[in-house]
Design a protein around this ligand. Structure first.
Ligand SMILES: [Zn+2]
Length: 133
Protein backbone atom coordinates (compact mmCIF):
# COMPACT_ATOMS: atom_id res chain seq x y z
CA UNK A 1 0.00 0.00 0.00
CA UNK A 2 1.29 3.48 -0.75
CA UNK A 3 2.07 6.02 1.91
CA UNK A 4 0.54 9.44 1.52
CA UNK A 5 1.60 12.65 3.18
CA UNK A 6 -1.41 14.60 4.37
CA UNK A 7 -2.05 18.11 5.55
CA UNK A 8 -5.06 19.78 7.14
CA UNK A 9 -6.10 23.42 6.81
CA UNK A 10 -4.40 24.18 10.13
CA UNK A 11 -1.09 23.08 8.64
CA UNK A 12 -0.62 19.86 10.58
CA UNK A 13 1.23 17.21 8.65
CA UNK A 14 0.58 13.53 8.95
CA UNK A 15 0.98 10.39 6.96
CA UNK A 16 -1.28 7.53 6.10
CA UNK A 17 -0.70 4.08 4.75
CA UNK A 18 -3.72 2.99 2.77
CA UNK A 19 -5.17 2.09 -0.56
CA UNK A 20 -5.62 5.03 -2.89
CA UNK A 21 -9.37 4.50 -3.01
CA UNK A 22 -9.91 4.65 0.75
CA UNK A 23 -11.20 7.90 2.27
CA UNK A 24 -8.51 9.99 3.89
CA UNK A 25 -8.34 9.93 7.68
CA UNK A 26 -9.00 13.01 9.77
CA UNK A 27 -6.06 15.03 11.02
CA UNK A 28 -4.63 13.23 14.10
CA UNK A 29 -3.78 16.59 15.68
CA UNK A 30 -7.05 18.49 15.32
CA UNK A 31 -9.54 16.16 13.66
CA UNK A 32 -10.04 18.34 10.58
CA UNK A 33 -10.33 16.98 7.08
CA UNK A 34 -7.05 16.30 5.31
CA UNK A 35 -5.80 16.46 1.76
CA UNK A 36 -2.98 14.66 0.06
CA UNK A 37 0.26 16.52 -0.48
CA UNK A 38 2.39 15.92 -3.50
CA UNK A 39 4.72 13.11 -2.59
CA UNK A 40 7.56 14.77 -0.72
CA UNK A 41 9.69 11.91 0.41
CA UNK A 42 9.77 8.21 -0.09
CA UNK A 43 11.67 5.28 1.30
CA UNK A 44 15.17 5.41 -0.07
CA UNK A 45 14.52 8.31 -2.41
CA UNK A 46 17.77 10.13 -3.05
CA UNK A 47 16.25 13.48 -3.97
CA UNK A 48 13.93 13.55 -1.00
CA UNK A 49 14.55 15.22 2.33
CA UNK A 50 13.44 13.23 5.36
CA UNK A 51 11.37 15.31 7.78
CA UNK A 52 12.66 16.47 11.16
CA UNK A 53 11.61 14.68 14.31
CA UNK A 54 8.95 17.29 15.00
CA UNK A 55 7.04 16.18 11.95
CA UNK A 56 7.20 12.50 12.73
CA UNK A 57 4.17 10.91 14.38
CA UNK A 58 4.15 11.75 18.09
CA UNK A 59 1.50 9.34 19.25
CA UNK A 60 0.66 5.66 19.16
CA UNK A 61 -2.35 6.50 17.03
CA UNK A 62 -0.02 8.39 14.72
CA UNK A 63 1.83 5.17 13.98
CA UNK A 64 -1.43 3.51 12.97
CA UNK A 65 -1.30 1.57 16.23
CA UNK A 66 2.11 0.18 15.51
CA UNK A 67 1.47 -0.94 11.95
CA UNK A 68 4.56 -2.98 11.16
CA UNK A 69 5.11 -1.70 7.62
CA UNK A 70 4.50 1.88 8.67
CA UNK A 71 6.83 1.69 11.66
CA UNK A 72 9.52 0.18 9.43
CA UNK A 73 9.02 3.09 7.06
CA UNK A 74 9.26 5.56 9.95
CA UNK A 75 12.45 3.95 11.15
CA UNK A 76 13.99 4.31 7.71
CA UNK A 77 12.92 7.92 7.53
CA UNK A 78 14.34 8.59 11.00
CA UNK A 79 17.62 6.91 10.08
CA UNK A 80 17.81 8.94 6.88
CA UNK A 81 17.15 12.12 8.83
CA UNK A 82 19.83 11.26 11.38
CA UNK A 83 22.33 10.67 8.58
CA UNK A 84 21.33 13.94 6.95
CA UNK A 85 21.79 15.83 10.21
CA UNK A 86 25.14 14.15 10.78
CA UNK A 87 26.29 15.46 7.41
CA UNK A 88 24.61 18.85 7.83
CA UNK A 89 24.64 19.83 11.52
CA UNK A 90 22.91 23.13 10.75
CA UNK A 91 19.77 21.14 9.95
CA UNK A 92 19.62 19.53 13.36
CA UNK A 93 16.75 21.00 15.27
CA UNK A 94 15.95 21.06 18.94
CA UNK A 95 16.57 17.56 20.24
CA UNK A 96 15.68 18.21 23.87
CA UNK A 97 12.86 16.02 25.12
CA UNK A 98 9.35 17.39 24.81
CA UNK A 99 7.72 17.48 28.24
CA UNK A 100 4.27 18.62 27.15
CA UNK A 101 2.63 19.16 23.81
CA UNK A 102 -1.06 19.17 24.58
CA UNK A 103 -3.51 21.76 25.80
CA UNK A 104 -1.90 25.18 26.06
CA UNK A 105 1.43 23.71 24.94
CA UNK A 106 0.01 22.49 21.65
CA UNK A 107 1.31 25.46 19.67
CA UNK A 108 4.70 25.59 21.35
CA UNK A 109 5.70 22.34 23.02
CA UNK A 110 7.41 22.69 26.36
CA UNK A 111 10.94 21.34 26.13
CA UNK A 112 13.24 20.24 28.89
CA UNK A 113 15.05 23.32 30.13
CA UNK A 114 12.48 25.82 28.92
CA UNK A 115 11.02 28.17 31.50
CA UNK A 116 7.34 27.51 32.09
CA UNK A 117 5.32 30.07 30.12
CA UNK A 118 3.12 32.51 32.04
CA UNK A 119 -0.42 31.39 32.69
CA UNK A 120 -3.01 33.00 30.42
CA UNK A 121 -4.72 35.89 32.20
CA UNK A 122 -7.87 34.83 33.97
CA UNK A 123 -7.39 31.15 33.25
CA UNK A 124 -7.44 30.24 36.92
CA UNK A 125 -10.02 32.67 38.19
CA UNK A 126 -9.10 35.23 40.83
CA UNK A 127 -6.42 33.15 42.51
CA UNK A 128 -3.27 34.21 40.79
CA UNK A 129 -0.11 36.19 41.15
CA UNK A 130 -0.15 39.37 43.17
CA UNK A 131 -2.05 39.65 46.39
CA UNK A 132 -4.96 42.06 46.42
CA UNK A 133 -4.96 42.71 50.11
ZN1 LIG B 1 -4.86 19.45 11.95
Amino acid sequence: MPIYELACDAGHRSETLQASTDPLPACPACGAATRKLPSGFGVGGTASVPPPAERMPQTWKGTHRGDRDYVTHLRRVADARRDLEARNPELAGDHRPVLAHEGRFEGSPLRAGDPAPPRPAGADGAAGEGSAT
